[in-house]
Design a protein around this ligand. Sequence first.
Ligand code: BGC
Length: 818
Amino acid sequence: MTSDLHARVTRLPLEDRVRLLTGRTGWVLHGSPEAGLLPITVSDGPAGVRGTEATQLEHSASTPSPTAVAAAWDTELMERTGRFFAAEARRKDVHVVLAPVLNLHRSPAGGRHFECFSEDPVLTGELGAAFVRALQGEGVGACPKHFIGNETEQERTSYRARIDERTLREVYLPPFEAALEAGAWTVMAAYNGVDDGVESESMTDHRRLLTGLLKEELGFDGVVVSDWTAARSTAPSANAGLDLVMPGPSGPWAEGDALLEAVRSGQVPETVIDDKVVRLLRLASRVGRLDRDTAPAVEGEDERVVLREIGSRGHVLLRNEGGLLPLDTRGVRRVALIGPNAVEAYTQGGGSAHVNAKYLVSPEEGLREALPDGVELTVVRGGDPRRLLPLASRDLVTGLCLDLFDASGAPVGAQTPDRTAVHADVDDPRAVRAVVTAALRLSEPGVHLVEVGVVGRHTVRVDGEVLSEGGRTASDAEILESRHSHPDGPRTEVRVDGPRTVRVEVELEVADFGGFGRGVITQLRHLPPGPSAEEEIAEAVRAAEEADTAIVVVGTNDEVESEGYDRPTLALPGRQDELVRRVAAANPRTAVVVNAGAPVLLPWLDEVPAVLWSWFGGHEYGHALADTLTGRSEPTGRLPWTLPRDHADVPVMDTSPHEGVLAYDEGVFVGYRAYDRDGREPHRPFGFGLGYTDWEISGALLDGALPERVGGLLTGPVRVTATLANTGARPGRHVVQVYVEPPADGTGPARPVRTLAAFASVRVASGARTDVHLDIPPRAFAVWDPAAHSWRTPAGVYRLAVGSSSRAIAHRLSFEVC
Ligand code: BGC
């Protein structure tokens, strides 16, 4: 096959070969009839398949976000998710999905936390491999990303992660290794740079990691694609091992024929180009785009069923005093559904993972369907935690238009935006200035707030009065740091005594967003007169007092969790902590639901009867939530990260690079490993989750022949068999976890107290027991020796801790490495 691909490459003139190495558009690659290459389409991302320029506005299935699925700790469920993605990709004519995200939860503050799986490399690796296997098993390419050290959003396109060799090998590389072992066809090189102690380069220029490690040592024969606009150099990135620059059609290889010239001048060997084209053709043959379109049709499961099930499976029950959950729906007459996220659930994080969801089942809809007829459901917000005002309702706005002008001030075009969040592409290169005008018709008496979000240099006038002017010229940073989705801007009060019209005029410099094109972004936002936060909380308390049961849904929102920025605080936004406490004081049967992707502090966690973590659940969120709350299904999730009690306990809270460098100084002590080392009590430990039945791990033993140590590693896995008993009243699912505790004899490098080595999600009938077999791979015992650049397994007695979380260990088995 490879020789056939080579033969095809040699048929092409150099110009054509080089042209193939930059995208034709933002999402579609060039084809080449001479080489038999059909254009390949790629698409984001990890929470649904968004589609291309042409199809991204079309509706997509919005899946529970990666952390939500990961929380089930179930590779079979992840495979099912991967197969669902494959069907969705083929429905949208996509050949490669830009997922999974295999970066780790180094800090709970990371803005893309919801897109990653876990703080643990083994859990991340096994789940990532399962996703890759399933997606590619259906003929759709996966793109594990972002290789490597992409754990932070601050200065995300420029920082250099300083990661020592041991940490890289033991913590950050294993998930990518697992994905490559599963056969990943592409890998995305990250925006950031890495200083691995030997080479310090941006990842798209990092020869040691792209060519030396990924391609030569790990044998990756697929395509290394740049993150969008990440490639900045020509010869260095081409020689380093980057294969494809995205997005196209411009970029550092295509512009001015830079790569072609670099080959002609001898800076880039032609063999390097040929290798890249062979990789592209290999990808084409894998996804059914060589010679003729054989991209498969994939039959998917009904999304209403599968997304609902996946959503509920990942829910994590953090507390359940007196068995408040599942709700006994027969005894209930009146339920108060309270909280900002009960009214507007946040079901997917912001940024490139965001899809235009088909529909959204709200908690209210979900509960109404699930509760028996006759149960009264009162819905109350209890205060708005958002910083910015809501978008002005389109119904209140007339005459919304956008006029474009050239440098001399002459009109060169006009558009009629259909939303009050104006995000207009401007293709005409003559247009340098835009004026967006709108009339806001207000009639409700009282004080209205009007706010205008702007991106770039601007003048904002409301009723002719200048509210704000200036700002800096926008660039691609606005998009990359997601400022375009929540642009700041001036706010003013408007008193209304009788119907009146407010005229808004926004003058903007047409922004050049680099690889994301040129355009104009502004938002018209408006808040009518209404109750204060205090009045809303008081109303929520009244509703709780009058109800048999209160369900409070608190959480984050699109201002808080997104690609582009990290979180400065883990506190719930607004007055939500106060809302929970006051509602719980008003009704002893209060269940709190947390609707967030990444850890938030829950200072009241041990004061309220029940707390359920429900993640970003995708478009079936409300159904999945109602299923869990009413017991139609069990919350079988376990925390894939550690829940901190307080900011002071968080091992890495500061995610800002210093002078461009992000030092991974905590080394291998990421997440629970830091809590264990420091003897800190997490609010809930890694691996924790209650479910609806009771469990006992009644025994554990080493099973079968034990491996020996030959060279640096054991010759095979160590098999543990645990006996798991469901001692409760309903069937259920439990996650048995095995951690390796290395000898703590003071010799050798400092090692974590325990690290996850294997896990299994097992379903057991009520009153039954089952044997669970878990294989602990040789790597679990080994350390990376930076002096020898290889693995070694220190001699000594290792303990295998079998339990239900990183802190709930039921049995310890000893295993001596001689
Ligand atoms: C993100 C990638 C994404 C790409 C294309 C980048 O900003 O980092 O994860 O795949 O955009 O949308």
